[in-house]
Write a protein that binds this ligand. Structure first.
Ligand code: SF4
Length: 336
């Protein structure tokens, strides 16, 4: 479900004649459908065949190479505020039927005996927020969620690198319930001491992320320790507009050099193990999407530390403090 009228009005306002339509893998079919509809309204449409990992990932180069007047990106909320080309973010909400009652019945055994629940959702499920909240309340739970003041997220919305809407209410709740994916549940579970329960409404698969998060944090700590013995370090600076943190990356290069390491700034668009040869670098620091380090570390043969983890590796912060403060992705939220 998307708002064609709003997209057309926006394209007319900016007088766009040719657009690049971009979508994550799961929405490529919807991108074609939207492309057909725009074409029907006289817009010349090019569909991006590349990946689209989040609202941070705008295919600006492709769009400019193809002389597009704007990018229409499906499936994400506003992320990049300033761009060389106009960007229209088109949200997609799930419009199939799911039973909120059945969903809540599935999660109740995982939530009880807690009474106060922090409720988070990914974008496509937000139409169900009020309904699921009400059903939980009918079962005796009190439900809490925050509203991120930067306006980038809807109330209760979570994305893979930003759980501010949950952290705002952390003190009020005993457990969190995430409606969406295990990927999002893991991210939250890594930065809170509260139990995080996840349900995927499409599969109705439910899980408690506590053990997975503990295991992931132990693996991250092992990478922090492995990093300490490194000599030549590549500092990754990603060119994706919402992941490009040039100031942070260059200050990390200086910090590493002061710490006696050979540090190099590595600029790339796709952070992929095939482009980061392990015979050249002993380790990396990743200033791009934090989930590459968290979820894809196993693909790399060298440690790929996050800036927050680097502070621990260099002795400028303590691991326990990093975990207890839930600041794992803080650098990313502040700089993204
Ligand atoms: S930086 Fe990573 S987790 Fe954050 S929105 Fe982009 S792709 Fe998602």
């Amino acid at each position: 479900m998307y708002e064609l009228g709003r997209v057309m009005a926006e394209l007319e306002r900016i007088k766009a004649k040719r657009v690049l339509v971009q979508a994550p893998q799961g929405l490529k079919r919807v991108a074609l459908q939207l492309g057909d509809e725009l074409r029907h309204h006289g817009i010349d449409v090019i569909v991006s065949g590349g990946p689209c990992w989040g609202g941070c990932d705008l295919a600006l180069n492709e769009a400019m190479e193809m002389s597009a007047d704007a990018i229409v990106q499906l499936g994400h909320t506003n992320f990049v505020e300033q761009s060389v080309l106009p960007v229209i973010y088109v949200e997609c909400r799930y419009d199939g039927g799911i039973s909120s009652e059945r969903l809540v019945e599935k999660v109740i055994p995982f939530l009880r005996p807690a009474k106060n629940i922090g409720l988070g959702m990914t974008l496509q499920w937000l139409n169900f927020l009020e309904r699921i909240k009400r059903v939980l309340e009918n079962h005796g739970f009190s439900v809490f969620y925050g509203q991120h003041e930067n306006g980038r997220l809807y109330p209760s919305q979570v994305i893979g690198c930003d759980y501010t809407n949950m952290k705002i209410v952390e003190r009020d709740v005993e457990k969190f319930l995430i409606i969406g994916s295990f990927f999002h549940g893991l991210g939250l579970s890594m930065i809170t001491d509260r139990c995080v329960v996840v349900i995927d409404p499409e599969t109705m698969h439910v899980g408690d992320m506590t053990q997975t998060a503990k295991k992931t944090l132990m693996q991250r700590y092992a990478q922090v320790c492995a990093f300490k013995g490194s000599r030549r370090v590549g500092v990754i600076l990603c060119t994706k507009p919402g992941q490009k943190r040039e100031g942070l990356a260059t200050s990390i290069v200086s910090m590493l050099r002061k710490a006696g390491k050979d540090a190099y700034l590595l600029v790339l668009n796709e952070v992929d193990e095939r482009f980061l040869p392990d015979e050249v670098f002993d380790a990396y620091v990743n200033t791009a999407c934090p989930r590459i380090s968290i979820d894809d570390q196993a693909k790399f043969r060298r440690p790929v530390l996050l800036p927050s983890e680097l502070m621990v590796a260099l002795g400028l912060g303590s691991w326990d403090e990093l975990i207890s403060k839930g600041e794992y992705f803080g650098w990313c939220v502040r700089n993204g």
